[in-house]
Design a protein around this ligand. Structure first.
Ligand SMILES: [Zn+2]
Length: 201
């Protein structure tokens, strides 16, 4: 049995992580490797990005419930792919770590892509652990929209203003957006208290 191998593609939003994952998976498919691609069933907006085409046949990501990453290992045990790609790995529960380790132990080349930090600059989900366990880590950078330097952070804006670290992940009402920023231009407002909310401080 061949030895497995773990590659992690990390970075902020807009840094091209999914494109890099798809590029690697496509090359494996061209080399006639059997490929399985997974993503958490939480982020349906990007479903169509995770499609690679080879010989007229689409390579579609299998959507797995974010809290049941063990289904990735179960499916790989049945289908015995050579290569497994996992996109948006930060959204999977902690069970993604033993699942990935099992795949690697089965001799599979595993390519994981995900956000290494959340909008507040905090390590995101199981990504730091996966990066530690990886044979190879690539950190991709976007471009800071303020100064044009390489951007390693993801800026969250709510109604055009930097979000606070404790702002709810699911927003009711306010308009939110995300943009790539460098360390110098990444802003996180201090935790908001009811009295200061909405003030320009
Ligand atoms: Zn900048």
């Amino acid at each position: 049995m061949e030895a497995g191998y773990l590659e992690v593609i990390a970075g902020g939003m807009f840094s091209g992580k999914t494109e890099e994952l798809i590029r690697r998976v496509k090359r494996a498919a061209i080399a006639r490797k059997r490929v399985l691609l997974f993503k958490p069933d939480i982020d349906r907006r990007y479903r169509r990005d995770a499609v690679a085409s080879h010989d007229g046949r689409d390579l579609r990501a299998v959507c797995v419930p974010a809290d049941r990453p063990e289904e990735i290992a179960a499916r790989a045990r049945r289908e015995r792919p050579d290569v497994v790609g996992i996109d948006e790995a930060q959204f999977f529960s902690g069970g993604i770590v033993p699942a990935v380790q099992e795949l690697v132990d089965l001799g599979i080349r595993v390519i994981v892509s995900g956000l290494d930090m959340d909008f507040a600059g905090r390590p995101f989900g199981a990504m730091p652990v996966l990066m530690a366990l990886a044979d190879e880590v690539v950190k991709l950078k976007a471009i800071c929209v303020v100064c044009g330097e390489p951007a390693t952070f993801t800026q969250r804006l709510i109604d055009g203003r930097p979000a606070a670290a404790d702002d709810p992940v699911i927003l009711i009402g306010g308009r939110e957006s995300y943009e790539p920023r460098c360390r110098r231009h990444h802003e996180v407002r201090p935790p908001s208290s009811p009295g200061t909310r909405g003030d320009d401080v």
